[in-house]
Write a new protein. Structure first.
Length: 278
């Protein structure tokens, strides 16, 4: 006997109409009719109320009603699946929040001073720019052999490091001020300036932040006090019509000191003049 039949039996045994039975459990007469005709089932809370009201165990009410038991079992499985899906979505959301926090923390914070001039060898390079000696330029220095063994991906990552973590993180020069760049080399142990030997190779990669064009050129440098010096001539970069146009200049410097060969990377921004409109 299914639940609907048992409810009908309980009701008729007590001479109750469907309306009276419905009022006892705060439902409508149509709801009781639907229970008795097997169109749907009472909630578990209603079954408990019926059990208490008529002194019949839930076991007796549910016995042999396979459809109801299957429905409860299916509902439990669906509820369990929903809980797992919700938990998974919450974990994903927490992961995204943590990722956003990490990106915001590391992307919009300038490079720390202690991370600006780093060397993986016994020599380091500093950059002197007009009005800032030494400048806040970020430099990375390597033994030439170690640098040449790097993969393109690793070299690209090192180049990105010297471009800084946010706009304004690397120093700027203004072409209308006829800027010059001086590269100075120091021993990592005592910070004394060292003289380079022979000719250095200075390569400039220029990234136009307006047109997204990239050019590469060798820089003609002179030597002063053992370091490298070069002026940014008017044809070093080409500005177009847009007054807000600007460049990133990435320098790769290959040189020798005391018989050892090194590579240093650094970067700075180039603007047409110091009255940029933002």
């Amino acid at each position: 006997m299914d639940i609907g039949a048992k409810i009908r039996e309980l009701r008729t045994e007590r001479g109750m109409s469907q309306e009276q039975f419905a009022n006892q459990f705060a439902v409508t007469r149509q709801t009781v009719s639907n229970w008795e005709n097997g169109k749907n089932y009472p909630d578990l809370s209603i079954l408990i109320q019926i059990s208490d009201a008529y002194g019949i165990t839930l076991d007796m009410l549910l016995k042999n009603d396979r459809d109801y038991i299957h429905g409860v079992d299916t509902s439990k499985k669906k509820a369990s699946r929903r809980k797992k899906i919700i938990l998974l979505l919450l974990l994903i959301l927490c992961g995204l929040v943590a990722l956003c926090a990490y990106v915001l923390t590391h992307t919009y914070v300038p490079t720390d001073n202690g991370q600006r001039i780093l060397s993986e060898t016994d020599m380091r390079m500093l950059v002197n720019l007009p009005g800032a000696t030494p400048s806040r330029a970020i430099t990375k220095t390597f033994d030439l052999d170690a640098f040449e063994r790097m993969s393109e991906r690793e070299r690209g990552a090192r180049e990105l490091e010297v471009l800084g973590q946010m706009e304004g993180d690397i120093p700027a020069v203004f072409m209308d001020q006829h800027p010059a760049v001086q590269l100075v080399f120091q021993d990592e142990s005592d910070y004394f300036n060292e003289r380079i030997q022979g000719n250095a190779k200075v390569t400039a990669k220029l990234y136009n932040l307006h047109t997204e064009e990239t050019t590469e050129k060798q820089v003609a440098a002179t030597y002063k006090n053992g370091g490298i010096y070069f002026a940014l001539e008017p044809d070093f970069v080409v500005f177009h019509e847009d007054p807000d146009e600007w460049y990133h200049c990435l320098l790769t410097v290959e040189y020798a000191i005391k018989g050892k060969e090194y590579v240093s990377l650094t970067a700075f921004s180039i603007f047409q003049d110091d009255e940029m409109t933002w």
